[in-house]
Design a protein around this ligand. Structure first.
Ligand code: ADP
Ligand code: MG
Length: 371
């Protein structure tokens, strides 16, 4: 079955290890090859076709290929055709050097310049799992918030724009508190903006958590992946007025701390392994990975249900490494059943024998078709 939402053509220019590369695919894809072959770079490039900084969360300038640049204006560029249902969309993003020497990210949808990467969320939904996320539940809350926000984005593409609104106002407020002037009216205005956006962020996160818990509960431990329960932690604000008052009351403390201490940017996500009755952070690395897969699959299933069968793209970096043969087979079956386009990577070709995907061997940035 052809995926209803899929990237079918990908073109990279000056992107990390790739001077120039093109990949045309249909359906799911496996990239297999040795360490350093350029597999994660491909997933990273695809992830930049959605709002934000992509799966490595890297600074945009870090994507610039070190070494001789291919001719052209872009420092780096990623262009893709994404097909939704029967409709193809041309999506492009990249970094260019302005006349003043400043770097600027460009986003283009069907040839028209978009205001920012937030607009990409309207076209393509995607989720990813990377080896760096193996420690998601034990490391800092920031990673978990980013993970949760990506889950929200699938259901609510405007979440990216709301988050940008919130962060812009928060940065401006921090600047005023640090360097002045501490003009009360100006601070009030910024806190209003933060409060309005902040409450929307909190509500969207709560709705997504609830939605996923419903899917996870319905499913139980029926599959090869464990049942999980999610909890949003941290102070929640019912209405903008409450958050606005909390921000105003926190001005002096925030100025002293050098950062804002209240609001959705300090919330956290906890996950529980239901069958083990244990917090995710106390589970083994393998169990934590399995929990993450459960959550991602629940989101994909729910998104496909509400979006006319359009499951999100799944970028699964080094996914096979932690899974035994039975779980690998279960994951492949889930992907096929969802009708999702998955991009999977691994060092060992044999782990993907049963994958419902086009398999490419990658070596030194060159792709060769295996099946
Ligand atoms: N900005 C860059 N310029 C040139 N090469 C890069 C850049 N960033 C990463 N690389 C190189 O890309 C290679 C492939 O990386 P990666 O895609 O992570 O490999 P893997 O196949 O193991 O996932 C690495 O050898 C890395 O050094
Ligand atoms: Mg890699």
């Amino acid at each position: 079955m052809a995926a209803k939402l899929a990237a079918t053509r990908l073109h990279l220019t000056n992107f990390r290890s790739y001077a120039s590369a093109e990949l045309c695919v249909s359906g799911s894809v496996v990239l297999a090859g040795p360490n350093g072959a350029g597999k994660t770079n491909i997933l990273d490039a695809i992830s930049l076709l959605s709002p934000g900084r992509g799966l490595r969360g890297a600074k945009l300038a870090e994507h610039v290929r070190k070494g001789p640049a291919a001719p052209g204006e872009a420092l780096w560029a990623v262009a893709a055709t994404v097909t939704r249902g029967q409709t193809p969309y041309d999506i492009g993003t990249g970094l260019t050097l302005g006349p003043g020497g400043g770097e600027k990210r460009h986003v283009r949808l069907n040839g028209v310049e978009a205001k920012g990467s937030a607009d990409l969320g309207d076209i393509v939904q995607m989720l990813w799992l990377t080896p760096a996320m193996d420690r998601l539940f034990t490391e800092s809350a920031g990673g978990r918030r980013r993970f949760l926000d990506r889950l929200v984005l699938g259901f609510d593409p405007s979440h990216a724009r709301t988050a940008t609104r919130y962060e812009t106002a928060m940065r401006e407020r921090a600047r005023l508190l640090k360097y002045g002037p501490r003009d009360p009216a100006w601070l009030d205005g910024l806190e209003n903006e933060m409060a309005e956006a902040g409450v929307l962020i909190g509500q969207a996160r709560a709705a997504t958590t609830e939605r996923l818990n419903r899917v996870l509960t319905e499913r139980g431990s029926a599959g090869a992946f464990p049942a999980a329960a999610l909890t949003l932690t941290g102070e929640s604000f019912e209405c903008a007025e409450d958050l606005r008052a909390a921000l105003a009351a926190s001005r002096l403390r925030d100025a002293e701390a050098g950062r804002c201490l209240v609001g959705p940017h300090v919330a956290d996500l906890a996950a529980r392994h239901t069958a083990k009755r244990a917090d995710a952070r106390d589970c083994s690395t393998g169990e934590q990975k399995a929990l993450l897969i459960s959550i991602i699959l629940a989101e994909a299933r729910e998104l496909a249900r509400v979006r006319d069968g359009q499951a999100p793209l799944l970028l699964l970096d080094e996914i096979a490494a932690h899974l035994d043969a039975m779980r690998r087979a279960a994951l492949f079956a889930e992907i096929a059943d969802l009708g999702a386009q998955a991009w999977m990577t691994g060092t060992d070709l044999s782990l993907f024998d049963a994958a419902p995907a086009q398999i490419f061997a990658v070596e030194d940035g060159v792709f060769s078709k295996v099946n």
